[in-house]
Design a protein. Sequence first.
Length: 363
Amino acid sequence: MGIGDAPRTVSGWDAATFRRDLDETLTGFLDAQAGVLSPLGDDAARLVTEARVAVAGGKKFRAAFCYWGYRAVEPAPIDPAALLRACASLELLHASALAHDDLMDASDTRRGRPATHRAFEAEHRDLSWRGDPTQYGAAAAILVGDLLQGWADELLRRCGLGWDRVGPALEVFDLCRTEVIAGQFLDVSVQARGRADVDTAMTVLRYKSAKYSIERPLHVGAALAGADAVMLAALSDVGLPLGEAFQLRDDLLGVFGDPEVTGKPAGDDLVEGKRTVLVAHALATAPAADAELLDASLGRELAPAEIDRLRDVIDASGARAAVEATIAELAEHAVDALGRSGADPHAQAVLRDLAAAATQRSL
């Protein structure tokens, strides 16, 4: 069964088959990299093992938006396997960002398992090695993230499509990496200052996550299909608001999500002290005493009862409802823009399904 052959959605695209084929592509690429690193012995093998864990699971939204960004311009891929390799590069980039992000946020878990730095830290401690286990875990996570980012570039460059297609896509890819790294630093700086209004929080959201989650994957795919500037601009009108809605949903899940579904502890964003749009709304609209409690609680260990109390504060402030309304508005704008984009009709149908999946998810 080929990509997209079996109907599983309103649009008739089989997302599960796409993810299976993508996972096989990533496995093949990492198998090849394991061969390259095999002369370095067991330590290098451990890097590859962690890379495999880092790309496992997830919805693979970035790869999917890349794929349908391509098909929005060129409905019949000239080389489906090469296109799939190009799409897989976005998942390597995403895994790189997660390894670094979890370290910077001091997160303990990712998708229900230890975050990369915690996994290496635990291994160091269990084996009673010399030095500081925490420092070892941090160093390993930085290197795993760096390795995944380098491999993302390599997989896109060597995907198998001609340079007339890959060259323009790499220009988008370069811009994407610049934006996400700068956006990550904006986030780090906001947390250090301990304050962020809604506009500042939206800027962080836009550059740390929204652009690289949907807009730039659409652009990479479209560039691989030979899109012109007009089509790229049309896809920005779709991808940027949709990416913002996607991340706002993530922010809601970071406070109100079910740990059994998200794989993250309850209220994890509160414990990590994230100054999200949701939190900024609550601080701006809650009664003074509630706002003070929320502000003082961010970034410290919280008992379950304390997390429940902060959830109540956020809910009562109207922040949760305001973010839900913004998500709906942004998603509607994106779908309207899609209808005006001039994209292939089948691609439009699938992208509407993906828009719903990205903004209405519980994971």
